[in-house]
Design a protein around this ligand. Structure first.
Ligand SMILES: Nc1ncnc2c1ncn2[C@@H]1O[C@H](COP(=O)(O)OP(=O)(O)OP(=O)(O)O)[C@@H](O)[C@H]1O
Ligand SMILES: [Mg+2]
Length: 357
């Protein structure tokens, strides 16, 4: 079985190739084969094929409405598949949904733990729901509370927890029946930067301690970059690229990004920037701001400053960075992921009476 595939009909240089060959003998935890989801005449997921190896953290990265949650819902037997197949731990989700369900833990995008119950009660209910034997239940809950750093809060009402703590409780709840494969839709949406890092560390720890396969969805590029072994970029229901974060970045022409803001630039300034050495693309972002991809940041920067002096253009700001997943997204879709996100409305955490961090 090939370990990574793209959706048919797309030309995606970022698809996993050599980097996967060495691990081909490891069985796949998830196999999605030409999967399609239609709502009436609208195609939410459009012929997507990929597989996730055991013990991998795999990310579905894409803007709002890309089809990430729909993919998770199909893989986790929550909605029927229009065509194609999904196998979870070897079980076909359409013909063998009960065995597929037993193998997985799922945490949906919305927070769903009961706020009027205590932390422990929320975990206990799920353990009973999944028929975890009574003797094992307490041990599992103790271990999980420790793992997500909520032991001190086991008797606290869930509504008194902070957003970050609730996310951690949901992670523990999804693991209460010791699944092999863990699906997490948007693990950190709505969290502050410190809580986000805490959730990332927690997921990484859990994976290493419990030999779990983890599939997350996210629209945060830094999250995908930091957390995932491999990333599938999804856009308008289609898989447009799939590989490790370094391989995806390497697949984009240019290795550095120069962000520069100019004052009193002439109308043909974008063309001038194109003529600088090693430049592979120039994007005008408005307000005198340009994003320039180059294969050699230092050389292009030197020439850029010289060109500005020559043309009497003021350089208001200048930064040189390595290529990011944002550039990868632009390369494969022609749009910027962060622009897509600005258009979308922000998710807000439900209000809470408690004041814990
Ligand atoms: N039950 C439904 N009926 C009709 N259209 C739907 C339904 N569920 C989802 N869609 C549409 O399918 C597309 C994909 O939605 P989905 O929720 O999978 O996106 P997403 O990538 O998870 O986005 P987000 O980042 O906002 O969570 C969207 O255009 C959405 O409006
Ligand atoms: Mg979603």
């Amino acid at each position: 079985m090939t370990s990574s595939l793209g959706s048919s009909g797309t030309s995606n240089g970022g698809l996993g190739k050599a980097s996967n060959a060495a691990k081909d003998e490891v069985p796949n935890a998830i196999e999605v084969d030409h999967i399609v989801k239609k709502y009436g005449s609208f195609t939410a997921v459009d012929d997507v094929t990929f597989s996730v190896r055991e013990e991998e953290i795999f990310g579905l990265l894409g803007p709002n409405g890309a089809g990430k949650s729909t993919l998770i819902r199909m893989m986790t037997t929550l909605i029927p598949i229009t065509s194609g197949k999904a196998r979870i731990a070897g079980h076909d989700v359409a013909t063998d949904p009960d065995d597929a369900r037993r193998a997985i833990g799922v945490i949906p995008q919305a927070l769903t733990s009961d706020i009027d119950l205590t932390v422990e009660e929320n975990l206990s209910i799920y353990a009973k729901l999944y028929d975890v034997p009574a003797a094992k239940r307490k041990q599992n809950i103790d271990e999980l509370l420790e793992l997500v750093d909520l032991t001190k809060w086991r008797s606290a009402q869930t509504k008194t927890l902070s957003g970050g703590m609730r996310r951690r409780l949901e992670i523990a709840r999804g693991l209460v029946h010791s699944p092999k494969i863990f699906f997490r839709d948007e693990p950190t949406t709505g969290l502050d930067p410190v809580s986000r890092v805490a959730v990332w560390e927690m997921l990484t720890n859990i994976k290493s301690q419990r030999q779990l396969t983890i599939l997350i969805t996210t629209h945060y590029m830094d999250e995908a970059d930091r957390l995932c072994d491999r990333i599938a970029i999804v856009d308008h229901g289609k898989l447009v690229a799939l590989d490790t974060p370094p391989a995806l970045k390497a697949s984009v022409p240019g290795s550095n990004v120069i962000e520069a803001q100019f004052e009193s630039a002439p109308a043909d300034w974008e063309q001038t920037l194109h003529t600088l050495s090693k430049v592979t693309s120039v994007q005008h972002e408005g307000a005198g701001m340009y994003r320039i991809l180059t294969a050699e940041g230092s050389r292009t920067t030197t020439e850029l400053v010289e060109a500005a002096v020559h043309a009497n253009v003021v350089v208001k700001s200048l930064s040189v960075q390595n290529t990011t997943l944002d550039d990868v997204f632009v390369h494969y879709t022609g749009r910027q992921l962060r622009d897509e996100l600005v258009k979308a409305h922000a998710f807000t955490m439900p209000s809470r009476p408690g004041t814990q961090p």
